[in-house]
Design a protein around this ligand. Sequence first.
Ligand SMILES: [Zn+2]
Length: 353
Amino acid sequence: MLYVDAHQDLAYGALAFGRDYRRSVHETRTRESNTTIADITGTCTLGFPEMRRAGIGLVFATVFTLPAEHQKKGELAYHSIDGAHAHALAQLDIYNRWVDTDEHLHLVRSRSELARLITLRNDPNRGRRDIGLVLLMENAEPILDPDETDEWWKRGVRIIGPAWARNRYTGSSREGESLQSLGEALLDRMQRCGFVLDLTHMSDNAASVCLERYSGPLVVTHANARRFVSGARMIADEVLQGVTAGGGILGLMPANWALGKPDSAGQRRGEVSADSVADTILRLRRYLGSGAVGLGSDWDGGFGREQLPGDFDSIGDIGAIAQALLKRGASDEFVESFMGGNWRRFIEQVLPE
Ligand SMILES: [Zn+2]
């Protein structure tokens, strides 16, 4: 069993709030209990100890930078391109320090590193404690100009989602603008390096241009289909069809708001359950096929426990999705595919040798 989570903003939480995800969720919550951190970004839901308990062995770990225009009180945001660049480099430092100081954490930048991770996880003496991190840049603003794209490849980033909000490269689902000419140059460089392109947060126009222009691998790491949940942040039919036709995958966010459920008030949390998540997954399977959906939690990505379905206290409970799927008659094979098999197969194919 190797569960894969295709979206966790680990280093942003570390840089902005001092969260150290080598600690357990319980320890982080205790440490934050006399601070305002949970009020700013939600109650912590992630920790490598809980991921290990749940069977997560591979995470797409983001380098996410927040533009000042969208900063809420207490968040860490950049005010210039140089600031974005500095925040992103600082996050890479955090990942590098984590893998240097924890022998069970590993960067996964190539097929051979993925194979090594699998070998370590299958070693009974290591107790399935090993977790691989595939680095994903969310918001391309830290890339100083398209020529600098190669440097981020050398630094280990393998997936880029150019959008979050509008930036120099592209419009986002917030404003609706399309890909900019600088964005076209960015795509060309990304393609030459071998990056995976993440269409999450893009406007429909920008995503359509990417579908036409980009011949490298495409994914949506954390969203839902707009046909099931309305709103520009969810993914349009044509875009999803284009991504999955090329072998790409949609990572579903098991967060209340991404399931089209009440999203903020703690008292409504219990109205949504792991069963609601399973229903959405089965709907997506009928629509996109068994091989095209996976998990992309985005937990701790600007929201916390308050916005998760009632069955989930932390990432340690992610197996409740598998249980709910089985209860609804899904096969072991499909459950394994959704929880990790699809992402593993995809990433195996797209990483460089
Ligand atoms: Zn995001």
